[in-house]
Design a protein around this ligand. Structure first.
Ligand SMILES: *Cc1c(COP(=O)(O)O)cnc(C)c1O
Length: 399
């Protein structure tokens, strides 16, 4: 017998669960890309995308994953030999820095570890020390998906202003956009990058770079930008194909149109609130499991620094992997692997795993997933504290 038959739940931090409306929108024959519906559809799509980022800035769309958006954004504002400063709070911060290095950009890193998030005072100090203003940009992850740390952009903006530093503030919003509150313009973010397969609920393959006027000016000051990544035509296209530097990603665009309709029908503020409530239900369960000498620990202790889209947890050496295996094979829930959480006691980081709770997600999915985790801990024989499901239900009932 298996209890895994039925609709599966992919609870990894991207790709996320795709709404049926997105899948249905993609199920259609190839359209004409020179004129007609899809060309008209783009007119409304760009403003709706900007509403997700809460910005009046321009947006460049790439046929790429998040790594592509990382490289695209850097390619337009820094050249070989230029410097950027990267605030690292997990594997994804290292990843963006590595992308810069691949372009010959010098990426100085401040590593804030995996538990505490960015300390804006240390950033300010580093910027004050850069008296020649060599740093072209400050890079950070709004959410680092490996550690599940949430970094508030506002204190970073304040630190840059206090230091009087002209660098661009560049946010990796790949895991956070469409999940966490984010206000690009009000919060003074100059460049924000995201991808299609997380909060936007579309298959992987599209990515987005939001470009403020200050970032546009930085691009104009560059001597040369590789043709495909150059955002110039993409943000101000004279013809439809210029959005994409070639053939449009037609079916991804149909899916994106459907997902933007879903997001804006709910309203961005409500979408953020839903993620917040569901995340608090998950945290309440995790705290209960960890009480009474339970093994389970969330990676981020301070709730104010926790992402509302992904939670990284530890269950003691190897048990994370065992739990993942049990819930996938026995109950149809797929959890994310731990990333970059290796320690001396746990050299492969097998104690860690991640719950993706981003995008197309509601209360019954979360309660079902939490109940499944509890069954899994019982099945593999891990001790846990009582009352987790009651605690989660209370949060949801109160909302
Ligand atoms: C998923 C993710 C990426 C990488 O995106 P890909 O589409 O896998 O290239 C980068 N940064 C963050 C914060 C992410 O969550």
């Amino acid at each position: 017998m298996t209890l895994a038959a039925g609709r599966p739940y992919l609870a990894i931090p991207g790709p996320s669960v795709m709404p049926d409306a997105v899948l249905a929108a993609m199920h259609q024959p190839a359209p004409n890309i020179y004129e007609g519906d899809i060309v008209a559809m783009m007119q409304g799509m760009v403003p709706d995308l900007k509403k997700v980022a809460m910005t009046e800035a321009k947006v460049a769309i790439y046929i790429a994953n998040g790594h592509g958006a990382w490289e695209a954004s850097l390619s337009n504002i820094a050249a070989e030999g230029d410097k950027v400063l990267v605030c690292v709070t997990g594997r994804f911060g290292h990843g963006w820095a590595d992308m810069a290095e691949g372009l010959g950009i010098i990426a100085d890193k401040i590593d804030f570890g995996t538990k505490d998030g960015i300390d804006a005072a240390r950033l300010e100090e580093a910027l004050r020390a850069d008296t020649a203003h060599e740093y072209k940009a400050v890079l950070f992850s709004h959410v680092d998906t490996a550690t599940s740390l949430l970094n508030d952009p506002r204190p970073l903006r304040a630190a840059m202003d206090a230091a009087g530093h002209p660098a661009l503030l560049m946010a990796d919003c790949i895991a956070s956009m469409g999940c966490e509150e984010f206000r690009m313009d009000a919060w003074g973010v100059d460049i924000a990058v995201t991808g299609s397969q997380k909060g936007l609920m579309v298959p992987p393959g599209l990515s987005f770079v939001f470009v403020s006027p200050k970032a546009e000016a930085a691009r104009k000051a560059m001597t040369r930008v590789s043709r495909y990544w150059d955002w110039t035509n993409r943000i101000d296209p004279a013809a439809f194909y210029q959005f994409f530097g070639g053939t449009a990603p037609t079916h991804h665009l149909f899916g994106l149109r459907a997902s933007l309709d879903i997001l804006h029908a709910e309203g961005m503020e409500q979408v953020w609130k839903r993620h917040d409530t569901l995340a608090r239900a998950i945290w309440a369960a995790c705290e209960a499991w960890g009480a009474d000498n339970g093994a389970l620990r969330m990676n981020v202790a301070d709730p104010a620094k926790r992402s509302h889209a992904v939670t990284a947890l530890g269950l003691g050496q190897r048990n994370g992997a065992a739990l993942r295996q049990w819930v996938a094979q026995s109950a149809g829930v797929t959890l994310g692997i731990g990333l970059g959480m290796e320690t001396k006691e746990d050299p492969k980081g097998e104690g860690f795993f991640r719950i993706g709770h981003m995008g197309h997600l509601n209360a019954h999915m979360v309660l079902g997933m939490l109940g499944t985790l509890e069954a899994g801990m019982q099945a593999i024989g891990v001790h846990h504290g009582p009352g987790a499901l009651e605690a989660a239900a209370r949060i949801i009932a109160k909302a």
